[in-house]
Design a protein around this ligand. Structure first.
Ligand code: GLU
Length: 464
């Protein structure tokens, strides 16, 4: 377990855009932040990156909160960027006054044409800052044509003349990846404000990180290249940048990135399938790290293992079948007390519920599969297998030898000993026909455990 060296509490944030349901890859980011905060006596902020009004939806934000809650992640603070426009406008003005935010009027096609020209001239395809050359008259002409400006942040990658950029390295010691370097001369001045006056993610994110006292920005490594410009923006706004950590991303089995649109792997869909939250948490955190993937029964257990730097640098393939293996391992270990409420919702309650759970939990992958065995105990055998010929004769004989009540864990061996003595059958030839008569299924929980639950009356009712 890692602790910040000076024991300062960490403040982290998970900043999803509420434009869809979160998936296991988003959960990885949330969990890295959550576990890091817990290890460092810190605070976890859930910050909705909802400045894109057209695509952000309250229902997605609510679903994200509910999904996090279900996973066991309860934010200390929840913030909405759509409510913080004034802070962003103030920061934009500050940058404008410092000459660091400039109006641009190019259309997408114009930019694309220039990009191709630069490539043809073997120049890096970055924005050439042509808008800095516009005169007031040029700007007025554009405005008269109905063009609205978008606004770019002037990166500090030059000495005197912004048209003569020079290599400008920005370094940070990434909490996950170790020392990182990016060159600000290799990138375009980022657009911070769109033509319609709305903000792209960068400025609100940096302004909030400053105002909310974020100490560590932990997120997917698709943001590594944004970090250089963001560090420059922190400085331009008079603040030192926080620490950064970029973890590897999860991909599908075929190597494609996960998307909020591919809802099959959404946390909500996985919950509906019946996965335990800790199966998802265990896989979401441990996959693609130097730890082996194993079912951690609690966040506390996961906390013991978690180290941000244990994430590897390459993407990790997410295999849903691994989730089932983990779920099975967790379900096998679930105590009755921890599931009794859920069992009761499934109609499994009363004095038999606890011994029943202890009898069946090792035979199921999902808690709800207990209902299949509850029906076998309470209602009668499943109609999957039938008996015929000698087996039928044998079972009829065995049923005439059922021990008297009370029944307990020894009844099964008393009964089968009697049947063996009477018929000479042993091993599988003895057990399997009885299992089929009692349950209608060829494999399942120990019959010694099931028999007292079925009871003498229930057993006699199954006599073929
Ligand atoms: N909304 C951004 C994302 O989900 C946040 C990135 C960040 O954490 O800075 O990718």
């Amino acid at each position: 377990m890692t602790e910040l060296e000076d024991n300062r509490p960490a403040t982290v944030r998970f900043a999803p855009s509420p434009t869809g349901y979160i998936h296991i890859g988003n959960a990885r980011t949330a969990l890295f932040n959550w576990l890091f905060a817990r290890q460092n006596h810190g605070e976890f902020i859930l910050r909705f990156d909802d400045t894109d009004e057209a695509r952000s939806k309250t229902e997605f934000a609510e679903a994200i909160r509910a999904d996090l809650d279900w996973l066991g992640i309860v934010p200390d603070t929840v913030a909405w960027q759509s409510q913080r426009g004034e802070a962003y406008a103030a920061a934009a003005n500050r940058l404008r006054e410092a000459g660091l935010l400039y109006a641009c009027y190019e259309t997408g096609e114009e930019l694309e044409r220039r990009r191709k020209l630069r490539l043809a001239r073997r120049l890096p395809p970055v924005y050439g800052r042509e808008a800095l050359k516009l005169s007031d008259d040029d700007r007025k002409r554009y405005e008269a044509e109905g063009r609205r400006p978008h606004w770019r942040f002037l990166l500090p990658n030059f000495a005197e003349n912004p048209f003569e950029t020079r290599r400008t390295e920005v370094h940070w010691d990434d909490v996950v990846r170790g020392p990182q370097t990016v060159d600000l001369a290799s990138m375009s001045d980022p657009v911070l404000i769109r033509e319609d006056g709305t903000y792209l993610y960068t400025l609100p994110s940096v302004v909030d990180d400053i105002e909310m006292g974020v100490s560590h920005i932990i997120r997917g490594d698709d943001h590594v290249t944004n970090t250089g410009a963001q560090i420059a923006l922190f400085r331009a706004l008079g603040s030192e940048a926080p620490a950064f950590g970029h973890h590897n991303l999860l991909t599908t089995a075929t190597g494609e990135g996960l998307s909020k649109r591919s809802s099959a792997l959404s946390i909500g869909a996985l919950r509906e399938t019946g996965y335990e939250p800790m199966a998802i948490n265990s896989l979401a955190v441990l996959i693609g790290t130097s730890e082996s993937v194993a079912a951690m029964p609690s966040m506390t257990a996961l906390l013991e293992l978690f180290r941000p730097e244990f994430a590897s640098k390459s993407a990790a393939k997410f295999d849903p079948s691994e989730l089932t293996t983990l779920n099975r391992a967790l379900v096998h270990g679930l105590s009755f007390d921890s599931v009794s409420g859920r069992l009761s919702d499934l109609g499994i309650s009363g004095p038999k519920a606890e011994p029943f759970w202890n009898a069946v939990r090792k035979n199921i992958d999902f808690v709800r599969e207990a209902t299949r065995w509850w029906a076998v105990v309470e209602e009668g055998p499943a109609d999957e297998e039938t008996l015929d010929g000698d087996d039928l004769e044998f079972v009829r004989t065995a049923f005439s030898l059922l021990p008297p009540e009370p029944w307990d864990g020894a009844t099964w061996s008393d009964w089968t000993d009697a049947a063996k003595a009477a018929t000479g059958r042993k091993g599988r030839a003895l057990f399997m026909p009885l299992r089929i008569a009692l349950t209608g299924i060829r494999s399942g929980p120990e019959l010694a455990d099931l028999l007292p639950l079925i009871g003498r009356e229930g057993t006699l009712a199954r006599r073929p």
